[in-house]
Write a new protein. Sequence first.
Length: 316
Amino acid sequence: MSANTVGPQLLRGYTRVMRFCQIEVFHAVYTHGSISAAARALGVSQPSVSKTLRHAEDSLGFPLFQLARGRLVPTDEAHALIREAGDVFDRLASLQQTARNLSQAGGGHIRLGIVPSLALDVVPQAIAQFRRDWPRVTFEVHTHHHDDLVRSLIERETDIAIAYTPPAHPRLTRALLTEGELVAFGPTGAFGQVGDRLPLGELADRDLIGVAATGPIGDVLTRAARERGIAYREAVSVQTFFIAARLAQLEGGVTVVDEFTARAWQAPGFSWHRTEPPLGFTISWVTLEDRPPSKVARLFLRTLEEVLAASRTAKP
């Protein structure tokens, strides 16, 4: 049997029939290149490693190593299996980290996936505020574009995703954190005298730095403009709101971004305005249906909700 004939599903089946101690020995021998080095790394005797490796090969029905010029050389099957074994040990390392954190009073580990615009200011504020009260809680933060947030949850790279208007999905559970709005962002005075809200018609026939490619909330502006017959020109189209805001600053141009990005990029000479009609969206936390948030994660979500609420009530 060669590696080319061993498919991923079959390999997963092989790792299920191997006991963990056999996977551990196989991984050590493969990594260290010899029985003696593997035994030293594992802190066991060489005969014990040899015996466990032999039992693993008997269980699988094929050899994992061959002796060549006095050295153990992995077989094609071993090379294929090591990818699965690597995943097992990556998950074990994550498990051990979580166990270490939980063994400490008030400990825990949160793997968080967020959209880039919330990574600029709001989520770092929430993490810093939370860790002042819970210093032993550790975080692993991943920034993903909207479509990749769902993938990161399903592939268990993250435990919780914070997303704008997340799509319905049969494997996911979501709950509302707050609502937000898209706002017009540009040089102060670009729209003349503006009241509490900027009429959306003020964007007509302008060159805008476009955000239609930013996912579902990028479509909010496109849909509202189409319904009202408002035409504007996308001079540049980008995939992240913070790039749009930065380009607006550098070019002295106008863009429409989420209010959290507008606050993060606020600078002298630039202003942002809510629109009429409002360009609303939601912010929710999302988890796998079969993997609800831990107690410490729920405490963090409460802090994040408070930070979001405070940000929304602050004046532009």
